[in-house]
Design a protein around this ligand. Structure first.
Ligand SMILES: Cc1cc2nc3c(=O)[nH]c(=O)nc-3n(C[C@H](O)[C@H](O)[C@H](O)COP(=O)(O)OP(=O)(O)OC[C@H]3O[C@@H](n4cnc5c(N)ncnc54)[C@H](O)[C@@H]3O)c2cc1C
Length: 576
């Protein structure tokens, strides 16, 4: 017997975007249900370390929302949607105030104002923080509000399908991870807040079984469009050993607090890549610099470069970077005395579901999205600290518009045929499920790392597309191994989002930000366009992807004026 739930709006994902959306829906008087495949209060957002951006001007009084927007667009290599970026930067100070009111223990200046630190490529200090536990404290603050409102949460519950009639969603289907019992959720609107897809890469800053692109795949299955999938951010600094921890993030706050990069010759090599901004250059430039040093044989014995903060006072390092101190202590490295070995790691999905810039509605009626699962804000290079602001600003905005939609549209009850179809897909997936799917995931991650990694070209991408095709056929084979239904579904989402990433990477014949093509090393002004991916069904009902491009609108006059003040943002100064 399947369990059945009803809600006005279903929010899938209990990270920052999902929790913020649920609070808004509740406060608008709607019945809301939250679902997450991990334990509640332990979504990926808890990993966020360095901070959240808003032009508060508490430390640098010259800062404004327009300069924040100009930095975001210019450092995103003009591929971000200015309408979304402007909304984000205008509303970011409000979300900081809200978090403060909800008890967030922000670091303070000596005069009691909210402190702000530098993150790479920001003109001013505008990143508010709580040590290097900012994401965890945001989740704690939001969870207190969710619990206070008694908003129901289904935790460790996996959504396998969105239910839809025609071009309209009316619920979702899923199962409990503990015992695989299935459930149906009827809902007039759905918000996808399921995070990104960077787990398709062999080395990523994600935890296992997260960021498998589920929301993007769920959306594609019901006709939603994706955008910017080729734009995956590689963070310059991921751990490289021990093997189990490879990819784990070394926060940008290390460079923000004065960390320096060295190659095997003891050279501070950023001098050759961005002499003005040095280690505080943009993420794409620093990641490419690290990659180039390693590929040129100037790296460490473990295949990385050195990041050193040991010249700063030990007490300051312990106070500002407690998580990093602990993370390296656990592997026998004392960062107050010695350098860390690091290398680029896949970190953030700048692409995702294509949403309306003002409402965060997808092109499927009743389906909204917020957070890392969406495209639009970050262009070809995300500024550190912008994602935490984005999940809160757009979590609320998506909820406001979903609430309006629900008020204007009567419910569409879920039909028995819809349930049967979703149950059949799950039955098919469980027949395929086996331990070998985990090994196919490992293979997929290697294929994607080599095909569309820090530097890609036509040859690597095409070879990887062929290998993905082979992996897809293997995934269809019936397995006799022990059932791992979640692995089987993760693999399906990863195959689909990896294909979307490869196809878009192949289509963009230029290098721009995080998209570096060795066969097209220059930026082509004609490609200041968004690549949009539209799903369709072929004659055999197989899902296929079709690509198109769209022009990007121009920024408002206020933001253009901020551009002209300084064409590309100048170096952030190191924290004294
Ligand atoms: C190590 C690290 C440090 C970072 N530091 C910063 C920082 O300092 N500043 C900053 O701005 N950004 C930072 N980021 C990025 C930022 O943390 C994320 O982009 C952001 O938290 C994403 O939030 P979200 O709510 O969109 O998704 P997530 O927090 O990823 O939440 C997704 C939710 O969806 C659920 N879900 C997914 N699929 C399903 C499914 N099929 N069924 C049910 N539930 C599902 C998951 O269980 C989870 O609850 C960092 C990222 C990492 C990895």
């Amino acid at each position: 017997m399947r369990q059945r739930y009803t809600s006005d709006v279903l929010v899938i994902g209990t990270g920052g975007a999902g929790l913020r959306a649920a609070i808004e829906l509740h406060d608008q008087g709607l019945k809301v249900l939250l679902v997450g495949k991990r334990p509640k209060a332990d979504a990926h957002t808890v990993l966020a370390a360095g901070g959240i951006n808003a032009a508060l001007a508490t430390v640098d009084p010259e800062d404004t929302w327009a300069i924040h927007a100009a930095d975001t667009l210019q450092e995103g290599r003009m591929l971000g949607d200015p309408r979304m970026v402007e909304l984000l930067c205008q509303q970011a100070p409000q979300v900081i105030a809200e978090l403060e009111a909800w008890g967030m223990p922000f670091a303070r200046t000596s005069t009691g104002l909210i402190d702000q630190r530098y993150f790479g490529a920001h003109r001013y200090r505008r990143t508010s923080f709580v040590g290097d536990y900012t994401g965890l404290e945001i989740i704690n603050a939001l969870m207190r509000e969710v619990e206070h409102r008694q908003i129901p949460i289904l935790e460790r519950a996996y959504i396998s399908d969105l239910l839809h009639t025609g071009n309209r969603v009316n619920g979702a289907y899923g199962f409990w991870l503990a015992d695989q019992r299935q459930f149906v959720i009827e809902s007039n609107a759905v918000i996808l807040a399921t995070g990104g897809h960077i787990h398709i890469y062999q080395r990523s800053s994600s935890r296992r079984r997260e960021n498998t692109g589920d929301g993007m795949a769920l959306g594609l299955q019901v006709g939603a469009h994706l955008a910017d999938m080729e734009l995956v951010q590689f963070h310059p600094s991921g751990m490289i050993f021990p093997h189990e921890l490879a990819g784990t993030l070394v926060t940008e706050a290390v460079r923000g607090e004065g960390g320096r990069l060295y190659n095997r010759h003891g050279e501070r090599f950023m001098q050759r890549y961005d002499a003005e901004r040095m280690e505080l250059s943009t993420r794409d430039r620093v990641a490419l610099a690290n990659y180039t040093e390693i590929m040129a044989g100037r790296g460490s014995e473990h295949g990385g470069v050195w990041l050193d903060i040991s010249h700063m006072p030990a007490n300051l390092i312990r106070e500002r970077l407690p998580r990093m101190v602990e993370q390296f202590q656990a592997v026998g490295v004392d960062i107050t005395r010695e350098a860390m070995q690091i290398a680029p790691t896949a970190h953030y999905s700048m692409g995702g579901l294509k949403v309306d810039p003002f409402s965060h509605a997808t092109n499927v009626a009743g389906l909204y999205a917020a957070g890392e699962v969406t495209a639009g804000v970050h262009g070809a290079n995300r500024l550190g600290g912008n994602s935490l602001a984005e999940i809160l600003v757009f979590g609320r905005i998506a909820a406001q518009h979903a609430a309006e939609y629900v008020r204007q549209h009567s419910e569409q009850p879920v039909q028995a045929a819809q349930i049967e179809q979703a149950a059949e897909r799950l039955a098919w997936a469980s027949q395929q499920a086996g331990d070998f799917h985990r090994s196919l995931i490992d293979q997929l991650q290697q294929v994607v790392w080599h095909g569309a990694g820090v530097v890609r070209n036509e040859q690597t991408i095409e070879a990887s597309l062929d290998q993905l095709h082979t992996l897809r056929s293997q995934a269809q084979q019936r397995s006799l191994g022990a059932a791992d239904l979640a692995a089987s579904l993760d693999l399906q989402s990863m195959l689909l989002t990896a294909e979307a990433t490869m196809l878009a990477a192949l289509m963009r014949p230029e290098s721009r930000g995080a998209h570096q093509r060795s066969d097209f090393p220059a930026t082509d002004p004609l490609w200041q366009r968004t690549i949009v991916i539209k799903p369709y069904r072929d004659q055999t009902e197989q899902l296929r992807l079709q690509l198109d491009t769209e022009l990007i609108p121009t920024a408002s006059e206020a933001v253009q004026a901020a551009f002209s003040q300084q064409e590309y943002s100048v170096a952030g100064r190191l924290v004294e």
